[in-house]
Write a protein that binds this ligand. Sequence first.
Ligand SMILES: *[C@@H]1O[C@H](CO)[C@@H](O)[C@H](O)[C@H]1NC(C)=O
Ligand SMILES: *[C@@H]1O[C@H](CO)[C@@H](O)[C@H](O)[C@H]1NC(C)=O
Ligand SMILES: *[C@@H]1O[C@H](CO)[C@@H](O)[C@H](O)[C@H]1NC(C)=O
Length: 230
Amino acid sequence: MKSYIPLLLASVAFKPSYQSPAPITQNLTHGELPHRILGGVSVVDTPIVRDALEFAREHSTDWIYNHIVRSWLFGTLILSHNETLRRSVDPEVQAVAAILHDLGWDQTPHSPFVSADKRFEVDGAISARNFIKNHKDGKHWDSHKVQLVWDAIALHTQPSISEFKEPDVKLVGNGVLTDFYGPQLGVERSEFDKVLAEFPFLNVHEEFNETAVWLCRTKPSTTYGELKEE
Ligand SMILES: *[C@@H]1O[C@H](CO)[C@@H](O)[C@H](O)[C@H]1NC(C)=O
Ligand SMILES: *[C@@H]1O[C@H](CO)[C@@H](O)[C@H](O)[C@H]1NC(C)=O
Ligand SMILES: *[C@@H]1O[C@H](CO)[C@@H](O)[C@H](O)[C@H]1NC(C)=O
């Protein structure tokens, strides 16, 4: 378990000058982990992250795949602009959670990811946890790390809750939201456009609507949250 006390002290002592940010030392985003460039962004490049990406590619339509990759890259850009955040986020958690966050949108008949009775966010969280537990490296992740991925995916559409969760959980949601809202949280327009050039929106509005309609049609009771009288 990480201690947040050094982080707290560091954030008090550290007075960043955000007006003129220092050149991004991208390597710091990933600690000692290997990295590569994707969509102009330096991303963490470990076997589990690579395999998660391949898994998502296999189980996503083109527009969903581009959306999840952009969500990962935008989250990584948010990190690269925020040293405080960088000290507390596990880049593999952010990567795996962002990459696997929409498995619950798999419309393949008899999809192993999609339940009849759970919100798509929960389907995604459970599927990502299964992926991690079945992976040669993931099976050695401690339970806290796995839990962060589960929470990040389950809460990625609920910023009013994830706001108060661990930085990893909040960041995954913010990466996804940046794909909906545009450049924010330090992400520059030029960086945003570079990502889009490699992973374009495709037919995102129609496809997103179609997916929402599919969820409403196939499992309406999971499409809103309320306290139920039993
Ligand atoms: C970052 O990584 C690159 C390539 O691995 C290396 O050339 C560079 O010196 C590193 N920069 C820092 C600040 O560690
Ligand atoms: C960086 O992240 C920290 C922790 O989430 C946040 O409190 C701070 O406002 C962020 N800084 C900027 C400039 O966005
Ligand atoms: C979404 O799809 C439904 C069903 O095809 C359609 O009736 C509706 O007009 C669409 N809404 C938008 C905003 O495209």
